[in-house]
Design a binder for this molecule. Structure first.
Ligand code: ATP
Ligand code: MG
Length: 653
């Protein structure tokens, strides 16, 4: 942790937001969850979660809710037994819903497939039989490195079905990133594909696995899906085709019940702040919260809604809100293989129109990119089916929120800004679309059954109007159980700062009503002339200027002020040639937040360094601004982007 973060007092609370958006009355009147849920959970938190666990089908119903006797190692529903895949697939078929479409899959080249729950049951059964045939037993780890194709979902569920924890590695990661994750999890089987389609052409995946496995001698078999049909190198005896091995299997499989605390998956965090951590999630508590939050926060009506989460399966959002949450709820969803601008910048909106998507869940980075491309693009499509919009991954700037509401949500859809992490497994802080009067840019308050607060250095809750560190004050069902193979790092990273509190690593403030605003990572907080200023607030002030699409702000060491604010700004399409824009932007921030927050330097850039999950990598921009060697760029989408920015910075001196 940086010195600035160590010595800080409350975060300066600069941004004021007066706009309010109450729930649409019709949605509120028929909402899945009402204000009564908060009251029920406040009165009996554990009782509330026990009730939510009953959403699932248990082979043995749990009689215990939480065992916290060995804190911070939690056990939830420990004497219960269930099969996660059965809950996501078979029980819907048994309930007569086998003909319901589970997945409308849309390939990037325009091919598509509709998969019903009955078909999903057959596919998952075949894959489970195949994995068993390859010697996979309960407890063995399976690495999955696939594009956004149905086999990704099938593979995850097949692992869950036989109790083999999966470790999904994002398909855009390099061979090094893959091999270190395979080694860390000690996976013996890898599921991959020849490739997938990205940006209009096949993008190979198998070569990265071939490279990665040079340093993973313990991997026995590689199961390869044919997607692009391109040539692949083949290691006889190790590599097997999915269509040979899986398709030949019987399409029935009897699921076995596992203990609620049986490991479900390991997932490495995005690596925005440093070395990724192997986050371990288990079965019963995880599925309970993924399922409940998906039902509550999106107000999912499985009979009529068409849900679409644009995340990749390689991120926790893909795990909880493409696979486990929606499928446990019997949802019909869209899954899209490719990039949003292939073959044109309206592709997402075309998909919404084609399938009549009613609930859309995406990330601020995507929303800001669409802002940059222009309002006229979504305007060409019929988006009237939409009724709830979601956001996750970073704080959403109030102006991006407004743009999303107006241009995508037709000024009628509530937006749920959902704060959570790989570690929390499921949503923690979010509006409820039928209950909450939303404020643009605020995640509002903890969901029913969740206890969060904002505290100061001494772990004291800050008063309304104050800022500090976001903490979780009570255990929750979908919490991480440990960092894979490293209990000490688990305790150190999350539980050592204050006794009994989970430290999320994020800064936050409470407004005058006590609603929570996320202010970015505490490591990113700037200390300017004795004030702690959040990068998020300065970025939001910049994005509130009509010519700005996106910005990243960092504090660079400065002899007089301690840290000086340096802003990197991407302009909206039409404003690219703007004259005098730098002074205009500095003054705009000064007028919006006060003179203390005025950036010392503003640099107009064509792009920002982002992780592959779309988050701005501020630590690298700080390296650039302070003329330091660049830190680890392994998880960047485009490692050259920082070098180009560094050039612009040296030109601008
Ligand atoms: P690493 O922990 O390896 O540095 P990461 O934190 O980016 O990577 P994730 O678990 O994918 O990995 O992201 C969780 C983080 O994303 C949160 O801690 C928070 O900083 C940010 N975040 C997610 N959703 C929101 C949101 N709605 N508002 C504000 N920040 C959010
Ligand atoms: Mg994190």
């Amino acid at each position: 942790m940086s010195d600035a973060a160590e010595n800080r007092d409350a975060l300066s609370n600069l941004l004021k937001e007066e706009r309010r958006f109450p729930p649409p009355p019709a949605l509120a009147a028929s909402a899945n969850v009402t204000a009564a849920a908060y009251a029920a959970a406040d009165a009996d938190r554990l009782g509330f979660w026990a009730e939510q666990a009953a959403r699932l089908s248990w082979a043995t119903a749990p009689t215990e809710t939480l065992d916290w006797s060995n804190a911070p190692f939690a056990k939830w529903f420990a004497d219960g037994e269930l099969n996660v895949a059965y809950n996501c697939v078979d029980r819907h078929v048994e309930a007569g819903l086998g003909d319901r479409v589970a997945i409308h899959w849309e390939g990037e080249p325009g091919d598509s497939r509709a998969i019903t729950y009955a078909e999903l049951q057959r596919e998952v059964s075949k894959a489970a039989n195949a994995l068993t045939g390859l010697g996979v037993e309960a407890g063995d780890r399976v690495a999955i490195y696939l594009p956004m194709i149905p086999e990704a979902v099938v593979s995850m569920l097949a692992c869950a079905r036989i109790g083999a924890p999966h470790s999904v590695v994002f398909g855009g990661f390099s061979a090094d990133a893959v091999s270190s994750r395979i080694q860390d999890a000690d996976a013996r089987i890898v599921i991959t594909a020849d490739g997938g389609y990205r940006r209009g052409k096949p993008s190979a995946l198998k070569p990265a696995i071939d490279d990665a496995l040079a340093s993973c001698p313990d991997v026995r078999n590689v199961l390869v899906v044919r997607r692009t049909g391109e040539d692949v190198a083949w290691t006889e005896g190790r590599d097997v085709w999915w269509h040979d091995v899986v398709d030949a299997q019987p399409d029935t499989h009897t699921p076995r019940a596992f203990a609620a605390e049986h490991p479900l998956f390991i997932l490495y965090t995005s690596g925005t702040t440093g070395k990724p951590k192997g986050i371990l999630h288990t079965s019963g508590g995880y599925l309970t919260q993924a399922s409940y939050t998906h039902h509550a926060v999106f107000d999912l009506k499985p009979e009529t809604d068409v849900y679409w989460c644009t995340a990749d399966i390689g991120w926790v959002t893909g795990h909880s809100y493409i696979v486990y949450g929606p499928l446990s709820n019997g949802a019909t969803q869209v899954m899209y293989e490719g990039t949003p601008d292939t073959p044109h910048q309206g592709r997402w909106w075309e998909v919404v129109q084609k399938y009549g998507v009613t609930i859309l869940y995406t990330a601020p980075t995507a929303i800001r990119t669409c802002m940059k491309w222009g309002d006229d693009i979504p305007a060409k499509f019929d988006l009237s089916s939409l009724r709830v919009l979601g956001s996750v991954g970073e704080p959403i700037n109030p102006e991006a929120w407004m743009w999303y509401r107006k241009n995508i949500g037709g000024d009628r859809c509530p937006i749920v800004d959902t704060w959570w992490q790989t570690e929390t497994g499921a949503m923690m802080i979010s509006p409820l679309p039928g209950v909450t009067e939303a404020k643009p840019g605020s995640a509002m308050r903890p969901l029913p059954g969740i206890a969060a607060d904002v505290v100061d250095d001494n772990a004291q809750p800050v008063p309304n109007g104050g800022g500090g560190y976001l903490v979780l004050t009570e255990p929750w069902p979908s919490m991480l159980r440990t960092i894979w193979g490293d209990d000490e790092r688990f305790k150190d990273t999350y539980w050592s700062r204050w006794e009994g509190l989970y430290f999320a690593g994020d800064g936050a403030k409470k407004d005058e009503d006590g609603d929570i605003w996320l202010l970015g990572r505490v490591d990113d907080v700037m200390l300017v002339s004795g004030h702690n200023i959040s990068t998020t607030e300065v970025e939001s002030a910049l994005v509130s200027h009509p010519k700005v699409a996106e910005s990243a702000v960092v504090g660079a060491t400065d002899a007089t002020t301690g840290q000086a604010i340096v802003a990197f700004v991407i302009l909206r399409g039409s404003a690219a040639e703007a004259e005098g824009i730098v002074d205009e932007l500095r003054n705009h921030v000064g007028a919006t937040l006060g003179p203390i927050a005025k950036p010392k330097r503003v640099l107009i850039v064509p792009e920002l360094p982002k992780t592959r999950s779309g988050k701005i990598m501020r630590r690298l921009l700080r390296d650039v601004a302070e003329n330091r060697e660049l830190g680890d760029v392994q998880t960047l989408t485009d490692p050259d982007s920082v070098r180009r920015i560094s050039f612009i910075l040296s030109e601008g001196k």
